[in-house]
Design a protein around this ligand. Structure first.
Ligand code: GRF
Length: 195
């Protein structure tokens, strides 16, 4: 069974959706660890409540990005995941780190990539008067929010939507999408995916 690590830094709702899918038998993977880069992340308690191994590697505790990434990489290598799912992990990873886990790192981004890479995607959708918004799961490569797209899900933008209402509705979409993409990877070997 494929080994999955989930990296979080915030509310952890995507992590919860993935773990619950595993626990209900809908996703044939083993969650071998949840790692938060922030000690105050709300997702930590949620992971504990779900009885999955969770630990903190707080980026504030390291003098440089390199030192933080070294600690994270060593821990990940010990956990030996087939897949590493970023879910609200708010640190930009260096090319060296990405190379070390090449073709294994997935990210969920709150837009229909290649539209709206980076931050504030909901506001940018409203500013552009788009009719459609959505989420993307992609492989992580050196370019920010630019790796091969593994899955997308759309939703309509409503007339009275605000950034907050879009974010709330999109979260529900993300939870379905992330689990569906992971299902498609449950029997894939990372080296069968070409970036
Ligand atoms: C999600 O909106 C995801 O698209 C973005 O960060 C958010 C994480 O939310 N990358 P959560 O921590 O999973 O609730």
């Amino acid at each position: 069974m494929k080994r999955l690590c989930i990296l979080i830094g915030g509310t952890g709702s995507n992590m919860c959706a993935i773990v619950k899918a595993i626990q209900k038998g809908h996703l044939d993977m083993q969650c071998v660890g949840v790692i938060s880069h922030r000690a105050s992340a709300k997702g930590i308690e949620k992971a504990q409540a779900l009885n999955v191994p969770v630990e903190v590697i707080d980026h504030h505790a390291y003098p440089t990005r390199g030192a933080f990434e070294q600690a994270l990489a060593q821990r990940l290598e010990a956990l030996n995941p087939d897949w590493i799912a970023l879910a609200g992990f708010m640190r930009i990873l260096s090319p060296e780190f990405i190379k070390r886990f090449e073709n294994k790192i997935l990210n969920i981004h709150p837009s229909l990539l290649p539209k709206y890479k980076g931050l504030n995607t909901h506001q940018r959708v409203l500013d552009a008067k788009d009719d459609i918004h959505g989420a993307t799961v992609h492989l992580v490569t050196e370019e920010l929010d630019d790796g091969p797209i593994l899955g997308q899900m759309q939703m309509p933008v409503l007339e009275d939507d605000t950034p907050q209402s879009l974010q709330t509705r999109l979260h529900d979409i993300e939870h379905i999408l992330y689990v569906e993409v992971l299902k498609s990877l449950a029997f894939e070997k990372p080296d069968q995916i070409s970036a």
